[in-house]
Write a protein that binds this ligand. Sequence first.
Ligand SMILES: [Zn+2]
Length: 68
Amino acid sequence: MNSSNYYKIEGNKLVRTHRSCPKCGPSFFLANHFDRWSCGSCGYTVFKRKGAPKPKTTRRTPRKRQKA
Ligand SMILES: [Zn+2]
C-alpha cells in the first residue's frame, strides 16, 4: 500500500487524510470505513458521527386532529 494515500497536499500544506491509532502510535493509521475508523493492528475503532447524535429516546407526540 502506498503511504502517500494517507496524506494529501492542499496548497503547500500536507494534510492527513487518515487518523492515526492512539494506542499503536502515530505511525499506525486507522482504516477508513464508511461509518468508522478501525485499526488493523489492535482493533481500535472510532465511529464517525455526522451531525447531531440521535436522541436515545424518541417520544412520539400524538397527532392532534385539527377541527375542521
Ligand atoms: Zn492500533
